[in-house]
Design a protein around this ligand. Sequence first.
Ligand SMILES: [Zn+2]
Ligand SMILES: [Zn+2]
Length: 396
Amino acid sequence: MLKAKHITIVLLLSLLSFHAIAGIVNASVVNVRILTTKVINSFIFSPLEGTYLVYADGNLIIETDASGIFQMSIEKDVITLKTFEKTIGSYSSIKIMSKDIDAAFKIKSVIPESKVRSYSGSLTVDITTDKKQFLLINKVELEKYIAGVVESESGTKTSLEYYKLQAILCRTYLLAHINRHILEGYQVCDDVHCQAYLNKHNENDVWKGVIETRGLVVVDSDLNLITSAFHSNCGGQTVNSENVWTVSTSYLKTVKDTFCLSMPHAKWQRSIPLEDWKSYLQLKHKYPIDDSLQMNNAISFSQPNGRAIYFVDKGLKIPLKIIRADFQLKSTYFSVEQKGDMIVFNGKGYGHGVGLCQEGAMAMAKNKILYKDILNYYYKDVHLIDLSALNYFRLE
Ligand SMILES: [Zn+2]
Ligand SMILES: [Zn+2]
């Protein structure tokens, strides 16, 4: 039995579509664009831990530790590098390389002003091709990047078991999207477009969760990296991926979830004037508001048998996800009722509802359910694979 199982694993691993994963197996550093959504014209850089070497246009200019503070600004299409005492020079590109493995730095945007952020690894400073803003790229060790993402995506108040799970999902997502911005000169951005990466991690358990699952990723039954979708709270039921993104997958299937029902984002409410609701339905969706039966449906809608895809009925073809987007509602899992001259949306959950429900998973982890079991609860027929094992079989 044991032997048969071993053979199956070897077979599975050799069947893996290496063209999909080859090349990323050895990835140990990631180039992440940081402060992506801000149009930065001036910022302050300072080492936080360790020593840094500052190269300007390829030449070593300064070696600095935490006592060094530098300001970089775009002036006449070039980067002006200054300390508080003097201007060092003007350059077209600056690389600030970490000399130590644990080096970290602080960065604060001055124009526009923003709060201080800290990162591990090195920083490349360029100007975008339109010369309008900085292009800041953080070269960081892969697992340290994962730790920063885990903390940005799930906060610092949950358990080690949950951090392990989130680390595996964030690692899988990264490796499935590793070349998303390659034509722009980096691999991933720090915005939710890729994954939120707002800082280096601060919480010890986050780092433990990353290290204890180092190299682990999730693959589907065809052994491709999964789309490791997750959201804040499903409101009691997750959603089939095709209902949100039109693409059907074998593993992103609806499941019932009672674990998230007492969590912070289980319920929400929103009110809008009845007249706004009527004119929205009529103008945007040509809804028959003069038909008294249909109007009654539009002000007394509910989803008693679990999540619906369409508002009122299928025939009208008004996807709930469109209503959600237009009114910026927290989820599509809502009911509608009239209260005087107002319409009240009573909603459940927060987010698109596909894949793992973070608050449900956090509650499960707190109840001593193991991360592997939580993973298999939200994603159907998926497998954990260690990238280093994969590499080993590849070399055989
Ligand atoms: Zn991106
Ligand atoms: Zn849930």
